[in-house]
Ligand binder design. Structure first.
Ligand code: PLP
Length: 374
């Protein structure tokens, strides 16, 4: 019996090997490796794909979040509201720009920011110290952007979408990443649009904000060798941009493949007693992860592992309970839905090259392991 991995970036390379090899050769032979024609072309293609005016390639998704906040003037002495149920990178980026994170709970149906909690927390912020809100479209599922965008506008706060798991997802026909003043994307190899290394992107329709990110990513240069502000080195390189241009052309088809796999899981697990992902007609989910929920999560994972099926937990420790943050990070009230999710969730195998037969194997194992629904 062959193992079923949880994700498989290598399979994605082999799926597009001829095109990727040609793109890499083109860059190698061109002799220009940082911020050249490939990055510029990819920035334009990605901005057009999302439906925004500008995109600026940076070194990672974490840097994209941090530099977007810095470019918007968010920093020391200000608060940024986000969720604790996310990659620690979201919160790390807020601290990197000098601001103070404020963590709020999730809606357990979507695992994304609870707009009702956000509203309470903005109402209590009479001093207007919350300067930005960062919803995370976790697992490729849209956050409640209609409500969140209205609340941030009312409060005069920046809306920065963390789209690191949501390339190509949409809500009400509008791509995620085109809703806020800015959005951050990661191209970490396992993401829906993954590079062969690190990479990230800031997307915005604000020309001034884009120009500030462009400057910040390269030492705060106004012109070559003249720094106007204290910037950093965080650039998307030409090799990654060339590879990402190839993969962007296949993104919609691959997201459709993920949706078909999710639909297959959904049918096979309908009577399993597991908590399954919610789907809404307004949201176009791209299933970065297919996440199920059970009080017997650890036993199920162990049983699947014995059968050669790899799963992961995204994420096992909420940010406010991590050693680096516990006791010093601000939390709006308490985060019961976040903490319950962390105990019960698991991410099943999900990547575009996964076969329907593999989904059937995983589902059959789960149904066999899962005690009958009480
Ligand atoms: C991957 C990820 C990031 C960070 O991206 P890197 O490119 O690894 O820095 C941020 N937020 C979320 C939700 C992510 O999944």
């Amino acid at each position: 019996m062959t193992d079923i991995p949880q994700s498989n970036p290598g399979a994605n390379y082999f799926a597009h090997q001829t095109e990727i090899d040609a793109a890499v050769q083109r860059v190698l032979h061109g002799g220009w490796y940082i911020l050249g024609a490939e990055t510029a072309a990819f920035e334009q293609e990605f901005a057009a794909y999302i439906g925004a005016a500008h995109a600026v390639g940076v070194g990672s998704g974490t840097d994209a979040l941090c530099l977007a906040l810095r470019a918007a003037g968010v920093g020391s002495g200000q608060q940024v509201a986000t969720v604790a149920h996310t990659a620690v990178a979201t919160v790390a980026a807020i601290e990197m720009c000098g601001a103070t994170p404020l963590l709020i709970d999730i809606d357990p149906a979507t695992y994304t920011m609870d707009a009702g909690q956000l509203q309470q927390c903005l109402q209590q912020d009479s001093g207007r110290s919350i300067r930005a809100v960062v919803p995370v479209h976790l697992y490729g599922c849209p956050a409640d952007l209609g409500a969140i965008a209205a609340l941030t506008a009312q409060h005069g706060a920046l809306l920065l979408e963390d789209c690191s798991q949501a390339h190509g997802a949409a809500l009400d026909g509008r791509k995620l990443g085109a809703w806020g003043q800015a959005a951050a994307f990661s191209f970490y190899p396992t993401k829906n649009l993954g590079a062969l290394g690190d990479g990230g992107m800031v997307v915005t329709s604000d020309a001034a904000l884009a120009a500030r990110v462009r400057s910040l990513r390269e030492y705060g240069w106004r012109e070559r060798y003249v720094s106007e502000t204290a910037g950093v080195n965080s650039r998307l390189d030409e090799l990654q941009a060339a590879v990402l241009r190839v993969k962007l052309r296949h993104l919609d088809a691959e997201n459709a493949g993920r949706r078909a796999l999710a639909c297959h899981y959904q049918g096979l697990l309908a009577n399993s007693g597991l908590g399954l992902p919610a789907s809404s007609s307004a949201g176009w989910q791209v299933y970065h992860q297919y996440v199920v929920r059970s009080k017997q999560r650890d036993a199920l994972r162990a049983g699947l592992a014995t059968a050669g099926i790899k799963t992961l937990v995204h994420y096992p420790v909420p940010v406010h309970l991590q050693p680096a943050y516990a006791g010093r990070i601000a939390v709006h009230r308490s985060l019961p839905h976040t903490e319950a999710a962390a105990r019960e969730i698991m991410s099943l195998p999900m990547f575009p090259e996964l076969s329907f037969a593999d989904v059937e194997t995983v589902a059959a194992q789960l149904v066999q392991l899962q005690p009958a629904n009480p």
